[in-house]
Design a protein. Structure first.
Length: 437
């Protein structure tokens, strides 16, 4: 519709029709859903998007939808309807249907299993009496719209650890998904919220394995420069830093109830000092020239809250300058991750040998980017430390080989990394995992 003169538009609610969306399992019920519209303007500044909640099964039947005016070219307008379905506390369906060039005048649609991806999401536990609820959000590359849809859409809570939670995902049109897992206890229902470090494309017909809330918990980053994703970026003096210190073994970010301290300095100048995590906060104050920085982050929980992953700290030193063309660029912040094969409760057997893969994320993960990497291990919960040899294979993969003490105890890790550009990170994870007899 072109409005270049006085124009009257008639909106008749009687033209609206109901929407009925049904999962492949007709007994599954819509937990939460929504309708998304996106329109491309003549220039990107004129792009438009809007999200409307569908609610649950009952709410959906009470809402009516209609298109006003003629359809438009498919490349200029998109409509999507979808959500999260579940039968009881069983299998979860994350489903979306898409229409281009127009809006829905009502919609009756039954999804089938054809073209869906299957994601098996085991869930661990590091707190007594834990329960967990899966959630999801979607996005469609190339279209304007909210960075995520269905924030807060969660299925039913179930007791964890649990190794058999299965989810099914729509894959049409290049859909990308962010899966999440809310974990809580009777005393603390907001213990952790794990989320994808960046949106992910699932291929139709494939099966994926994506565990949540499993040890070792530690810092994580990604290669993304997209706002809202895990990672660290700057544009001019503005910056976003989201390096969750208690991310799980799969690298999911963790918005937890841990007490967090975030402090960034340059020389004697304090740029920011926060008593909370920084993931949701646009920040400013980086210097308008090449400069050295020190970032110190610490996250801790009260004693007894969790069995492993009670504390993590990291200190980065790095050099950064604004880009000449003011483009968004990554900050050179790397992390070291430890990924031994553990139980869903973060344990391994005492008195045995174990291989601990050591993986890097961030700029230091590039081939030839590491100048030095040193690791220490603690067998007493972080009170004393011993040097551990990092073995590097021909393919560049790294690992430790440890022999657990015969008695049950807590294993911790320290890592110090220096890259070829002189950027560093020092991490301390005093309660990485436990050994049991």
């Amino acid at each position: 519709m072109t409005v270049d003169r006085a124009t009257t538009l008639t909106l008749d609610a009687r033209a609206g029709k109901p929407m009925k969306l049904t999962a492949p399992d007709s007994r599954a019920r819509l937990v939460a859903g929504g309708v998304l519209v996106g329109a491309r303007g003549d220039v990107p500044a004129h792009d438009y998007a809007e999200f409307m909640g569908l609610g649950d099964n009952t709410d959906m039947r009470r809402s009516y939808y209609a298109q006003v005016g003629p359809s438009v070219p498919a490349e200029s307008f998109i409509s999507q309807a979808g959500g999260l379905w579940q039968r009881g506390n069983g299998e979860v369906y994350n489903l979306v249907t898409t229409r281009k060039g127009g809006f829905f005048t009502g919609l009756t649609h039954t999804f089938t299993t054809r073209g869906l991806a299957k994601v098996v999401t085991p869930v661990g536990s590091n707190a007594k009496g834990s329960t967990a609820a899966p959630g999801s959000s979607w996005s469609t590359p190339g279209w304007p719209g909210p960075t995520s849809v269905l924030i807060g859409a969660q299925a039913a809570y179930r007791t964890v650890p649990n190794g058999s939670l299965t989810q099914y995902m729509s894959t049409e049109g290049g859909l990308r998904w962010n899966l999440s897992m809310a974990v809580g206890t009777a005393d603390d229902m907001f213990l952790s919220l794990f989320y994808s470090p960046e949106s992910r494309r699932y291929e139709p017909g494939r099966t994926y394995h994506e565990p949540f809330n499993t040890a070792v918990f530690g810092p994580a980053t990604s290669n993304s420069t997209r706002p809202g994703d895990v990672g660290a970026v700057r544009q001019g003096s503005d910056y976003l830093v989201c390096l969750p210190l208690l991310s799980d073994a799969a690298g999911h970010g963790n918005s937890s109830d841990a007490k967090t301290r975030f402090r960034l300095t340059s020389g004697a100048t304090t740029i920011i000092d926060l008593d909370r995590e920084s993931c949701s906060i646009p920040l400013t104050g980086l210097l308008p020239r090449k400069a050295g920085y020190r970032l110190a982050v610490d996250a801790s929980r009260p004693a007894g809250t969790v069995t492993v992953g009670s504390r993590a700290s990291a200190v980065w030193t790095f050099t950064s300058a604004p880009a000449a063309d003011n483009r968004v660029q990554r900050l050179p912040l790397s992390v070291v991750r430890f990924t031994p094969k553990l139980s869903l409760t973060g344990t391994a057997k005492a008195g045995t040998r174990i291989t601990v893969p050591v993986r890097l994320q961030g700029p230091a993960a590039a081939k030839g980017a590491v100048k030095s990497l040193k690791v220490q291990v603690s067998y007493d919960g972080g009170r004393t430390w011993k040097t551990a040899t990092v073995h590097t294979a021909a393919d560049g993969s790294r690992q430790l080989t440890l022999t657990h003490p015969a008695r049950a105890t807590t294993i911790g890790f320290k890592a110090t990394l220096v890259d070829r550009d002189g950027n560093t990170v020092s991490e301390t994870l005093p309660t990485a995992y436990r050994t049991v007899n």
